[in-house]
Design a protein around this ligand. Structure first.
Ligand code: BDP
Length: 676
């Protein structure tokens, strides 16, 4: 492991990079006080002492900027942070007589507590007379809170450098190698530590030849990335190719039952941990969209995953094995193949066979990160497997960071959903204790990190909800506004809420209706193309004809997908009378005249929501213009440009979808609005 680096000042304020939720002003309430770190910064394991050194640097920076002081632990500090083995996970926060004492067993948890206090600001200290004393324990719901970067080392000819990236190039790689200067990576780790994310997979799940070499020849490059993340307690993971024993090792096979293959993986893992002792593990996309996997050898995914698990187990490593496995070369004429069924068909029968250090990583919906899908039934089907919930912070299908779409409410709905009905466990209850949470990052080398400045709120919300899935997403948004715009006057706060609180629903209103999904332009997935995927091999269809639209996934007459859910949902979804409106076309093929629970017909619903969606975007533009002068010019201007594009795009969606439904159904708008 490289020697602990002294955190350079530059990490706290990168020139030309927006500070996101850690502007200096957010530190004012703590930085103006007397702070103490009750632990020597040089004890313990190297990684641990490095995190403590970071914490010390944080205290120095905050007090130097805001006039407070770092004092000795014996002095009367307003905030004392110290290590204590008595707190098993997370941290304990006690406040007595206006003084705050935080204790944690682990330096990273202590660092997280620091950002907790920063987030609470004045409220962390009993500054008003009569404020009660507190004694609180804060621990994350899950020990696994991870971001996946779909970054390529080389620029991919079609996908660019960051696959599905909408914020510029990679912060890790440039010109075919890891960047010489990684201060931005450390600044990123700092942002993540402030929301509790502590693992990153540093390369794309689609592992091309150049990226594959990170595992072997270019391991020193990964070690440099890990070193840049380490000061903030963030651990590196790597996406690997199942075919690596052949492509990198020159073996004739990558069959998981072959002894030479197993030995190759063990040796590869040994080398990784020798170089990076706190390395996290491997992420694998196998037998999916062209990636190699165990099917080539007649093996199943438990065979494949367990082989890797065996190789990393001596090092305490993890295998994140993705359940995103389906046939992407299907015959669209064959109605018996249902992509929604695929993950459950492949994985549910394997429950109980995965090694303890395998995590099966499941996309939140059965298809692919659509604006509206039911929750994946796989999450409820593997009680003897560690399953992780996978979310997509990058907005591939939700406006690509040109649209302001706050995804906190969507994720909250997923996390709170109860697969076994009222009184049963939630998705968060299933994932948190075992496999945890993973999400595809939306960050790039853009000056605002996320392209759209307001898309920072999504990255923030993922971290906060992974830490505590019961948080109210509107409250999380409020935290983000307070930190990002510390001097935000009321009108700015209200406007950002007005723009973002309902923005997920707004996007849903003017895009593919009633859970039917897709209708996006093939390839890049931005903007409308109603039939774009209809006659393709990808398995994403809506089956519109002159009589109706939607996918029959019932047991009675359709693909039987509803049967993958436990009761009560298998029956709720099966019956179009009980199926929720917003998922009707995901589960049923219905006539355009079918009457929804809302009382309107499907076709009229399409017209109404698409007209309303555009009006809502127009209102967002107006709300922003009324407060733009209250934020720095660069933020104001970037948001203005993106909102203009959002409005243009929403109009395009409205017109194409409405016209399509008018032409297919021959039924006009009851309200007589113009449809072309
Ligand atoms: C799809 C993306 C594709 C990813 C794939 C995945 O279009 O770029 O590789 O997901 O999750 O949504 O592996």
């Amino acid at each position: 492991m490289p020697a602990p680096s002294v955190l350079s000042d530059i990490v706290f304020a990168l020139p030309d990079v927006h500070p996101a939720w850690l502007p200096d002003a957010a530190f004012r309430p703590v930085g103006s006080r007397r702070l103490a770190l009750g632990t020597p910064a040089d004890g313990g394991a190297p990684a641990a002492s490095e995190v403590l050194a970071t914490l010390r640097a944080e205290l120095d920076r905050a007090t130097a900027t805001h006039g407070g002081a770092v004092v000795g632990p014996q002095d009367a500090a307003d905030l004392l942070l110290h290590l204590s083995p008595a707190v098993p996970t997370g941290f304990r926060l006690e406040r007595s007589g206006g003084r705050v004492t935080v204790s944690a067993a682990d330096p990273t948890a202590l660092l997280h507590s620091w950002f907790h206090v920063v987030r609470r600001g004045e409220a962390a200290f009993a500054s008003r007379p009569g404020d009660p004393d507190v004694d609180e324990h804060h621990a994350p719901a899950s020990a696994l809170r991870m971001l996946d970067h779909w970054d390529n080392v080389d620029v991919h000819p079609v996908m660019g450098q960051v696959e599905r990236g909408y914020a510029g190039g990679s912060i890790f790689y440039d010109a075919g190698q890891v960047r010489p200067d990684l201060s931005r990576v450390t600044a990123y780790a700092r942002l993540l530590a402030a929301v509790g994310v502590d693992r990153i997979a540093v390369n794309n799940v689609n592992v091309a030849a150049r990226e594959a070499r990170l595992l072997t020849d270019d391991l020193d490059e990964v070690a440099r990335l890990a070193a840049a993340l380490r000061p903030y307690g963030v651990r590196a993971h790597l996406s690997v190719s199942f075919a690596a024993p052949m492509t990198l090792g020159g073996l004739a096979t990558s069959d998981s039952c072959d002894e030479d293959v197993r030995a190759w993986w063990r040796a590869a893992a040994d080398r990784v941990w020798a170089e990076i002792p706190d390395f996290g593990g491997f992420v694998v996309k196998a037998d999916s969209e062209g990636q190699p996997g165990p099917f080539a050898y007649g093996r199943d995914h438990a065979d494949g995953a367990n082989m890797l698990a065996e190789a990393v187990a001596p090092h305490g490593g993890l295998i994140h094995w993705r359940a995103f496995v389906y046939n992407h070369t299907q015959d669209w004429r064959d109605r018996s193949t249902d992509r929604a069924r695929a993950a459950h068909d492949h994985f549910a029968p394997l429950d109980g066979r995965f090694a303890d250090n395998v995590i099966v990583q499941v996309k939140h919906g059965p298809l692919d990160f659509q604006v509206r899908e039911p929750v994946s039934p796989v999450l409820a089907a593997m009680p003897r497997t560690r399953v992780a919930l996978e979310l997509q912070v990058t907005q591939e299908y939700t406006g690509q960071q040109r649209h302001a779409v706050y995804l906190g409410p969507a994720w909250s709905e997923i996390l709170r959903w109860r697969p076994w009905g009222d009184g049963g466990a939630t998705v968060a209850d299933v994932a948190a204790p075992a496999g945890g949470f993973a999400a595809v990052s939306n960050v790039g080398d853009d000056r605002f990190w996320t392209g759209h400045p307001l898309a920072q709120a999504n990255l923030y919300a993922f971290g906060r909800l992974a830490w505590d899935p019961t948080l109210d997403p509107a409250a999380v948004l409020d935290e983000w506004i307070t930190l990002t715009f510390p001097d935000a006057p009321g009108p700015l706060r209200e406007a950002v809420h007005a723009i973002l609180d309902e923005s997920w629903h707004t996007y849903e209103l003017h895009t593919a209706p009633l859970g039917v999904g897709f209708m996006v332009r093939p390839g890049h997935h931005y903007g409308p193309d109603v039939d774009g995927y209809e006659y393709t091999p990808w398995g994403t269809y809506h089956f519109a004809d002159r009589d109706g639209i939607g996918v029959d996934r019932t047991r009675a007459t359709g693909t039987g997908f509803t049967g993958q859910y436990p009761a009560p949902w298998r029956d709720v979804y099966e019956d179009r009378e009980t199926c929720p409106d917003e998922l009707l076309l995901f589960f049923h093929h219905v006539p355009y005249t079918h009457v929804l629970h809302s009382g309107t017909t499907v076709v009229q619903h399409v017209y109404d929501t698409h007209f309303e969606g555009v009006e809502r975007v127009r209102a967002m533009v107006e709300r922003w213009e009324a407060v733009a002068a209250l934020v720095p010019d660069d933020v104001a201007q970037r948001v203005r440009e993106r909102l203009a594009e959002q409005l243009r795009s929403a109009v395009e969606w409205r017109d194409q979808v409405n016209t399509y439904f008018l032409r297919k159904s021959g039924i006009g708008d009851l309200r007589g609005r113009t449809i072309h």
